[in-house]
Design a protein around this ligand. Structure first.
Ligand code: PHE
Length: 340
Protein backbone atom coordinates (compact mmCIF):
# COMPACT_ATOMS: atom_id res chain seq x y z
CA UNK A 1 0.00 0.00 0.00
CA UNK A 2 1.35 3.43 -0.79
CA UNK A 3 1.48 6.37 1.51
CA UNK A 4 -1.67 7.97 0.26
CA UNK A 5 -3.72 4.81 0.76
CA UNK A 6 -2.27 4.39 4.25
CA UNK A 7 -3.19 7.93 5.14
CA UNK A 8 -6.72 7.58 3.84
CA UNK A 9 -7.33 4.39 5.84
CA UNK A 10 -5.91 6.05 8.97
CA UNK A 11 -8.01 9.21 8.54
CA UNK A 12 -11.14 7.09 8.09
CA UNK A 13 -10.42 5.25 11.35
CA UNK A 14 -9.79 8.58 13.13
CA UNK A 15 -13.10 9.97 11.91
CA UNK A 16 -14.89 6.92 13.34
CA UNK A 17 -13.21 6.93 16.79
CA UNK A 18 -16.24 6.86 19.11
CA UNK A 19 -14.77 8.53 22.21
CA UNK A 20 -11.60 10.22 23.59
CA UNK A 21 -10.22 6.94 24.97
CA UNK A 22 -10.49 5.22 21.58
CA UNK A 23 -8.93 8.27 19.94
CA UNK A 24 -5.99 8.19 22.37
CA UNK A 25 -5.43 4.48 21.61
CA UNK A 26 -5.49 5.24 17.91
CA UNK A 27 -2.99 8.06 18.38
CA UNK A 28 -0.58 5.64 20.09
CA UNK A 29 -1.08 3.14 17.29
CA UNK A 30 -0.50 5.64 14.47
CA UNK A 31 2.17 7.95 15.85
CA UNK A 32 3.90 5.54 18.27
CA UNK A 33 7.25 3.83 17.77
CA UNK A 34 5.74 0.68 16.25
CA UNK A 35 2.91 2.48 14.43
CA UNK A 36 2.47 3.62 10.90
CA UNK A 37 4.78 6.60 11.31
CA UNK A 38 7.33 4.73 13.43
CA UNK A 39 7.72 2.06 10.77
CA UNK A 40 8.32 4.64 8.07
CA UNK A 41 10.90 6.46 10.17
CA UNK A 42 12.79 3.32 11.13
CA UNK A 43 12.95 2.22 7.50
CA UNK A 44 14.79 5.41 6.42
CA UNK A 45 18.37 4.49 7.46
CA UNK A 46 18.31 1.32 5.35
CA UNK A 47 17.21 3.16 2.17
CA UNK A 48 19.71 4.13 -0.57
CA UNK A 49 21.08 7.60 0.32
CA UNK A 50 19.28 9.32 -2.54
CA UNK A 51 15.89 8.11 -1.30
CA UNK A 52 16.39 9.08 2.33
CA UNK A 53 15.57 12.79 1.89
CA UNK A 54 12.26 12.29 0.07
CA UNK A 55 11.30 9.47 2.52
CA UNK A 56 11.95 11.76 5.49
CA UNK A 57 9.82 14.50 3.97
CA UNK A 58 7.03 12.03 3.25
CA UNK A 59 7.14 10.80 6.89
CA UNK A 60 6.92 14.38 8.10
CA UNK A 61 3.94 15.11 5.88
CA UNK A 62 2.28 11.94 7.15
CA UNK A 63 2.85 13.02 10.73
CA UNK A 64 1.44 16.51 10.13
CA UNK A 65 -1.64 15.11 8.39
CA UNK A 66 -2.31 12.49 11.09
CA UNK A 67 -1.81 15.01 13.92
CA UNK A 68 -4.23 17.44 12.31
CA UNK A 69 -6.79 14.64 11.80
CA UNK A 70 -6.51 13.51 15.43
CA UNK A 71 -6.84 17.08 16.67
CA UNK A 72 -9.92 17.73 14.55
CA UNK A 73 -11.62 14.55 15.80
CA UNK A 74 -10.78 15.44 19.44
CA UNK A 75 -12.46 18.83 18.99
CA UNK A 76 -15.48 17.19 17.39
CA UNK A 77 -15.83 14.71 20.27
CA UNK A 78 -15.49 17.47 22.90
CA UNK A 79 -18.16 19.53 21.16
CA UNK A 80 -20.51 16.58 20.95
CA UNK A 81 -19.95 15.96 24.66
CA UNK A 82 -20.72 19.56 25.50
CA UNK A 83 -23.87 19.47 23.37
CA UNK A 84 -25.03 16.32 25.23
CA UNK A 85 -24.36 18.01 28.60
CA UNK A 86 -26.27 21.10 27.52
CA UNK A 87 -29.19 18.97 26.43
CA UNK A 88 -29.18 17.31 29.85
CA UNK A 89 -28.42 13.85 28.44
CA UNK A 90 -27.04 11.48 31.11
CA UNK A 91 -27.81 13.91 33.96
CA UNK A 92 -29.96 12.53 36.75
CA UNK A 93 -31.06 15.18 39.21
CA UNK A 94 -32.37 12.52 41.59
CA UNK A 95 -28.97 10.89 42.20
CA UNK A 96 -27.60 11.48 45.73
CA UNK A 97 -24.64 13.92 45.79
CA UNK A 98 -21.13 12.52 46.39
CA UNK A 99 -20.41 12.08 50.12
CA UNK A 100 -18.31 14.94 51.53
CA UNK A 101 -16.25 13.69 54.47
CA UNK A 102 -16.10 16.32 57.17
CA UNK A 103 -12.91 16.56 59.21
CA UNK A 104 -12.89 17.64 62.84
CA UNK A 105 -10.50 19.31 65.24
CA UNK A 106 -8.15 17.17 67.29
CA UNK A 107 -9.39 17.27 70.91
CA UNK A 108 -6.11 18.93 71.98
CA UNK A 109 -6.59 21.68 69.39
CA UNK A 110 -10.19 22.07 70.49
CA UNK A 111 -9.38 22.50 74.19
CA UNK A 112 -6.44 24.80 73.34
CA UNK A 113 -8.70 27.08 71.30
CA UNK A 114 -11.28 27.16 74.05
CA UNK A 115 -8.66 28.10 76.65
CA UNK A 116 -7.09 30.70 74.38
CA UNK A 117 -10.55 32.24 74.07
CA UNK A 118 -11.01 32.37 77.86
CA UNK A 119 -7.55 33.84 78.46
CA UNK A 120 -7.79 36.40 75.67
CA UNK A 121 -11.05 37.56 77.22
CA UNK A 122 -9.03 38.21 80.41
CA UNK A 123 -6.48 40.29 78.47
CA UNK A 124 -3.75 37.63 78.16
CA UNK A 125 -1.27 37.51 75.28
CA UNK A 126 -0.78 34.18 73.51
CA UNK A 127 2.91 33.37 73.15
CA UNK A 128 4.94 30.71 71.42
CA UNK A 129 8.43 29.42 72.19
CA UNK A 130 10.98 27.02 70.68
CA UNK A 131 10.55 23.28 71.18
CA UNK A 132 14.31 22.77 70.92
CA UNK A 133 15.44 24.84 73.87
CA UNK A 134 18.66 25.91 75.55
CA UNK A 135 19.41 24.19 78.83
CA UNK A 136 19.59 27.70 80.30
CA UNK A 137 15.92 28.48 79.62
CA UNK A 138 14.59 24.99 80.30
CA UNK A 139 16.45 24.57 83.62
CA UNK A 140 19.06 27.06 84.84
CA UNK A 141 17.05 30.27 84.54
CA UNK A 142 14.15 28.48 86.22
CA UNK A 143 16.29 27.89 89.30
CA UNK A 144 16.91 24.24 88.38
CA UNK A 145 20.69 23.87 88.52
CA UNK A 146 22.63 20.99 86.91
CA UNK A 147 22.66 18.89 90.09
CA UNK A 148 19.11 19.72 91.17
CA UNK A 149 17.01 16.61 91.88
CA UNK A 150 14.09 18.19 89.98
CA UNK A 151 15.95 17.23 86.77
CA UNK A 152 15.33 13.57 87.58
CA UNK A 153 11.57 13.98 87.36
CA UNK A 154 11.87 15.54 83.92
CA UNK A 155 13.84 12.94 81.95
CA UNK A 156 15.29 14.95 79.17
CA UNK A 157 16.01 14.38 75.48
CA UNK A 158 19.40 16.00 74.89
CA UNK A 159 20.11 17.30 71.39
CA UNK A 160 23.87 17.73 71.53
CA UNK A 161 26.94 16.16 73.16
CA UNK A 162 27.49 19.05 75.56
CA UNK A 163 23.90 18.87 76.81
CA UNK A 164 23.29 22.56 76.25
CA UNK A 165 20.41 21.96 73.81
CA UNK A 166 17.34 20.00 74.90
CA UNK A 167 13.82 19.23 73.75
CA UNK A 168 11.88 21.37 76.23
CA UNK A 169 10.51 19.26 79.06
CA UNK A 170 7.84 21.83 79.95
CA UNK A 171 6.46 25.13 78.65
CA UNK A 172 8.03 27.05 81.57
CA UNK A 173 11.07 28.24 79.54
CA UNK A 174 8.65 30.55 77.72
CA UNK A 175 8.18 32.33 81.07
CA UNK A 176 11.83 33.36 81.06
CA UNK A 177 11.87 34.28 77.37
CA UNK A 178 8.76 36.41 77.88
CA UNK A 179 10.13 38.15 80.98
CA UNK A 180 13.31 39.03 79.09
CA UNK A 181 11.36 40.62 76.26
CA UNK A 182 8.35 42.22 77.90
CA UNK A 183 8.15 45.09 80.34
CA UNK A 184 5.86 44.44 83.31
CA UNK A 185 2.98 44.44 83.91
CA UNK A 186 1.90 41.63 81.53
CA UNK A 187 -0.06 38.41 81.39
CA UNK A 188 0.37 35.60 78.93
CA UNK A 189 -0.29 31.97 78.17
CA UNK A 190 1.75 29.67 75.99
CA UNK A 191 0.24 26.42 74.71
CA UNK A 192 2.63 23.89 73.18
CA UNK A 193 4.26 20.50 72.89
CA UNK A 194 6.71 19.25 75.50
CA UNK A 195 8.91 16.14 75.50
CA UNK A 196 10.17 13.69 78.09
CA UNK A 197 12.28 10.61 77.73
CA UNK A 198 9.69 8.28 79.19
CA UNK A 199 8.95 4.61 78.75
CA UNK A 200 5.45 5.02 77.41
CA UNK A 201 2.41 3.45 79.04
CA UNK A 202 -1.22 4.40 79.61
CA UNK A 203 -0.23 7.43 81.70
CA UNK A 204 3.16 8.36 80.22
CA UNK A 205 3.94 9.65 76.77
CA UNK A 206 7.19 11.07 75.34
CA UNK A 207 5.30 13.97 73.74
CA UNK A 208 2.38 15.78 75.33
CA UNK A 209 0.83 19.22 75.57
CA UNK A 210 0.92 21.89 78.26
CA UNK A 211 -0.20 25.47 78.60
CA UNK A 212 1.99 27.78 80.62
CA UNK A 213 0.49 30.83 82.27
CA UNK A 214 2.40 33.81 83.63
CA UNK A 215 1.27 37.07 85.17
CA UNK A 216 3.71 39.73 86.38
CA UNK A 217 2.55 42.93 88.02
CA UNK A 218 2.51 44.97 91.21
CA UNK A 219 1.56 43.08 94.39
CA UNK A 220 0.43 39.93 92.58
CA UNK A 221 -0.70 37.44 95.21
CA UNK A 222 -2.02 33.91 95.64
CA UNK A 223 -5.50 35.50 95.68
CA UNK A 224 -5.04 36.60 92.05
CA UNK A 225 -3.90 33.10 91.15
CA UNK A 226 -6.94 31.43 92.73
CA UNK A 227 -9.32 34.00 91.20
CA UNK A 228 -7.85 33.41 87.74
CA UNK A 229 -8.13 29.65 88.07
CA UNK A 230 -11.78 29.94 89.07
CA UNK A 231 -12.45 32.16 86.04
CA UNK A 232 -10.69 29.58 83.87
CA UNK A 233 -12.85 26.76 85.23
CA UNK A 234 -16.01 28.81 84.74
CA UNK A 235 -14.91 29.44 81.14
CA UNK A 236 -14.44 25.73 80.46
CA UNK A 237 -17.31 24.19 82.39
CA UNK A 238 -19.78 27.06 82.37
CA UNK A 239 -20.31 27.19 86.13
CA UNK A 240 -18.52 28.04 89.39
CA UNK A 241 -16.24 25.27 90.61
CA UNK A 242 -14.48 25.25 93.99
CA UNK A 243 -10.71 24.93 94.11
CA UNK A 244 -8.21 24.15 96.86
CA UNK A 245 -4.46 24.51 97.16
CA UNK A 246 -2.05 21.91 98.47
CA UNK A 247 1.66 22.59 98.91
CA UNK A 248 3.77 21.54 95.91
CA UNK A 249 7.43 21.97 95.13
CA UNK A 250 8.82 23.45 91.93
CA UNK A 251 12.13 25.31 92.10
CA UNK A 252 10.85 28.24 90.02
CA UNK A 253 7.88 29.12 92.24
CA UNK A 254 7.76 30.05 95.91
CA UNK A 255 5.38 29.21 97.43
CA UNK A 256 4.43 26.38 95.06
CA UNK A 257 1.08 24.60 94.97
CA UNK A 258 -0.93 21.81 93.46
CA UNK A 259 -4.35 23.20 92.64
CA UNK A 260 -7.29 20.82 92.86
CA UNK A 261 -10.76 21.46 91.47
CA UNK A 262 -14.02 19.99 92.70
CA UNK A 263 -14.84 16.90 90.65
CA UNK A 264 -17.08 17.95 87.78
CA UNK A 265 -18.33 14.42 87.15
CA UNK A 266 -19.91 13.53 90.50
CA UNK A 267 -21.14 14.85 93.82
CA UNK A 268 -20.21 11.88 95.94
CA UNK A 269 -17.05 10.30 94.51
CA UNK A 270 -16.42 8.56 91.19
CA UNK A 271 -13.77 6.72 89.18
CA UNK A 272 -12.25 9.96 87.84
CA UNK A 273 -11.74 11.59 91.25
CA UNK A 274 -11.02 8.19 92.80
CA UNK A 275 -13.70 8.83 95.39
CA UNK A 276 -12.02 11.99 96.77
CA UNK A 277 -14.36 14.51 95.03
CA UNK A 278 -11.23 16.52 94.07
CA UNK A 279 -9.37 16.43 90.78
CA UNK A 280 -5.73 17.44 90.59
CA UNK A 281 -5.86 20.24 88.03
CA UNK A 282 -2.48 21.94 87.79
CA UNK A 283 0.77 22.91 89.51
CA UNK A 284 1.27 26.62 90.14
CA UNK A 285 2.78 29.20 92.46
CA UNK A 286 4.24 32.66 92.83
CA UNK A 287 7.23 33.27 90.56
CA UNK A 288 10.45 32.75 92.53
CA UNK A 289 12.40 36.03 93.01
CA UNK A 290 15.51 34.35 91.55
CA UNK A 291 13.60 33.60 88.33
CA UNK A 292 12.44 37.21 88.03
CA UNK A 293 16.00 38.33 88.63
CA UNK A 294 17.50 35.91 86.08
CA UNK A 295 15.19 37.45 83.47
CA UNK A 296 16.11 41.01 84.43
CA UNK A 297 13.00 41.93 86.45
CA UNK A 298 13.42 43.54 89.86
CA UNK A 299 11.73 41.25 92.44
CA UNK A 300 11.46 44.12 94.94
CA UNK A 301 9.24 45.99 92.54
CA UNK A 302 7.37 43.20 90.74
CA UNK A 303 5.81 39.87 91.62
CA UNK A 304 3.89 37.29 89.66
CA UNK A 305 2.21 33.91 89.48
CA UNK A 306 2.69 31.03 87.07
CA UNK A 307 0.85 27.83 86.32
CA UNK A 308 1.40 24.83 84.09
CA UNK A 309 -1.82 23.33 82.78
CA UNK A 310 -1.53 19.81 81.39
CA UNK A 311 -3.61 20.00 78.21
CA UNK A 312 -3.29 16.27 77.47
CA UNK A 313 -4.47 15.52 81.00
CA UNK A 314 -7.37 17.94 80.72
CA UNK A 315 -8.54 16.33 77.46
CA UNK A 316 -8.26 12.86 79.01
CA UNK A 317 -10.23 13.95 82.06
CA UNK A 318 -13.00 15.66 80.16
CA UNK A 319 -13.50 12.83 77.63
CA UNK A 320 -12.85 9.92 79.95
CA UNK A 321 -9.84 8.75 77.88
CA UNK A 322 -7.88 6.12 79.79
CA UNK A 323 -4.73 5.89 77.68
CA UNK A 324 -2.63 8.97 76.85
CA UNK A 325 -1.13 7.16 73.83
CA UNK A 326 -4.44 7.49 71.96
CA UNK A 327 -3.93 11.26 71.72
CA UNK A 328 -0.99 11.21 69.32
CA UNK A 329 -1.47 7.67 68.00
CA UNK A 330 -3.11 8.90 64.79
CA UNK A 331 -5.74 6.14 64.81
CA UNK A 332 -8.71 7.47 62.83
CA UNK A 333 -11.14 5.22 64.72
CA UNK A 334 -10.20 7.17 67.85
CA UNK A 335 -10.11 10.62 66.23
CA UNK A 336 -13.42 10.23 64.40
CA UNK A 337 -15.22 10.11 67.75
CA UNK A 338 -14.58 13.82 68.21
CA UNK A 339 -16.88 15.88 66.08
CA UNK A 340 -15.92 19.18 67.65
N1 PHE B 1 6.62 23.32 84.45
C1 PHE B 1 6.13 22.46 85.50
C2 PHE B 1 6.10 21.02 84.99
O1 PHE B 1 5.90 20.77 83.85
C3 PHE B 1 4.75 22.87 85.95
C4 PHE B 1 4.64 24.22 86.58
C5 PHE B 1 4.46 25.36 85.83
C6 PHE B 1 4.74 24.35 87.96
C7 PHE B 1 4.35 26.61 86.42
C8 PHE B 1 4.61 25.59 88.56
C9 PHE B 1 4.41 26.70 87.78
O2 PHE B 1 6.26 20.12 85.76
Amino acid sequence: MDNQANLETAQARIAEAPDPAALAALERELLGKDGLLGQQLSAIPSLPPAERGPAGRAANELKTALTAGLQARATELAQADLARDRAGVGFDATLPPPQVERGSLHPITHVTRKLVEVFTSMGYHILDGPEVELDWYNFEALNISADHPARDSQDTFYCDEKGSLVLRTHTSPVQVRAMERLTPPFRLVCPGKVFRQESTDATHEHTFHQMEGLVVGKDISVGHLVGTMKTLLRGIFGRDIDVRLRPGHFPFVEPGFELDARCVFCSDGCRVCKGTRWIELLPCGLVHPKVLQAAGIDPDEWSGFAFGLGLSRLVMLSHGIDDVRHLLGGDLRFLEQFSC
